[in-house]
Design a protein around this ligand. Structure first.
Ligand SMILES: [Mn+2]
Length: 332
């Protein structure tokens, strides 16, 4: 899987790393680790996203290389664009225009189930617990001894994408890599505090709104919450902030409700669009929903941006979920 990509890392000098919009711990953590490998080899590296870098992940940008995409900037020196934790053009926003530049070599490293990848060179492993774990393997393949920055990035990616070592993606390998990161000096207590004990006041106020809107459907097996723009504006959170706010803590909380097998969080983000986040708490494969609403994700975690009112989008999601839950009830 890595031969092609190792050759590209060796051959070119000027790299641009990117990840999906609303970057998470895996996208940023894996970029942070890959950056260390490239910098150690004397390469030029930029890290560009079509979103701001979330505050809680800022500490991983050790070399201050992160920039939000800006069409007025000069990207003409970039030879290779490496996309991490995504493999579809629409997931990286406007950064996709850089991939289209003539002569640019495109690489994707991802662990989502592959649905048509835009890049010329691809490493996709849907069994990997995180892209950071894939970068760990790439570093080994390249003979690069992880330094503490890279270890912090890889540890972050695993901690976030395994739900703090709780999801089905929590493999022995995930623990084994984490073990090596800790041996290199990663401080688990410190990392946990940085990544998960960082709710802003806005996030708590939004949570109170989400709880007020809570509804249960399909025999209490589906929990739905909606965040209306007007309600969020009333607590000082505007449309752009609402779209970009990390609401994973709400989904995590919702998943702890006993009868619930699927959690749906809908947020109105303006211009008649609704951002949908779905999580399943059991062996419920969300892939049919993803393909029918045109989103992205895994079998247990998915998301999409859909046009329509909250009511229409909610009805559509419930219509997609009903046969899945019915099938599962029969099978179970
Ligand atoms: Mn990931």
């Amino acid at each position: 899987m890595w031969r092609d990509i190792k050759r590209i890392l060796h051959r070119y000098d000027n790299f641009l790393l990117t990840t999906h919009v609303n970057p998470d711990g895996d996208g940023v953590g894996s970029a942070c680790a890959l950056m260390e490998l490239l910098l150690a080899r004397g390469k030029q590296v930029r890290f560009v996203c079509d979103s701001p870098l979330p505050n809680k992940l800022r500490f991983l940008d050790y070399h201050h290389l992160f920039e939000s995409y800006d069409s007025s900037k000069d990207y003409s020196q970039v030879q290779v664009v490496i996309t991490l934790d995504a493999h579809r053009r629409d997931r990286i926003g406007a950064v996709a225009t850089l991939v289209d530049r003539p002569g640019v070599v495109s690489v994707c490293i991802d662990h989502h189930e592959a649905i048509g990848c835009f890049a010329q060179h691809v490493a996709i492993d849907s069994h990997a617990c995180s892209v950071g774990a894939m970068i760990y393997t790439l570093c080994k393949e390249c003979g690069f001894d992880l330094n503490i920055n890279a270890a912090n990035g890889i540890y972050t990616s695993i901690l976030c994408d395994t739900g703090r070592f709780s999801y089905s993606s929590t493999t022995r390998k995930a623990h084994k890599i984490a073990d090596e990161c800790i041996r290199l000096g990663v401080d688990p207590d410190h990392m946990y505090a940085r990544l998960f004990q960082q709710l802003s006041l806005a996030q708590v106020l939004i949570f109170s709104r989400a709880l007020q809107s809570m509804e249960l459907h399909l025999d209490n097996r589906v929990l739905v919450q909606e965040l209306r723009l007007a309600d969020c504006q009333a607590v000082g959170v505007g449309a752009i902030e609402l779209e970009n706010l990390d609401l994973e803590y709400i989904l995590e909380f919702d998943k702890s409700v006993g009868s619930v097998e699927c959690v749906v969080l809908l947020r109105e983000v303006g211009e008649g669009k609704v951002r949908v986040s779905l999580r399943s708490t059991v062996e419920l494969d969300l892939s049919p929903v993803i393909s029918s609403i045109g989103g992205g994700g895994h079998s247990r975690a998915a998301g999409a941006l859909i046009s329509g009112t909250l009511e229409v989008v909610k009805r559509r999601i419930l219509e997609c979920l009903e046969p899945l839950l019915h099938r599962k009830a029969i099978a179970g």
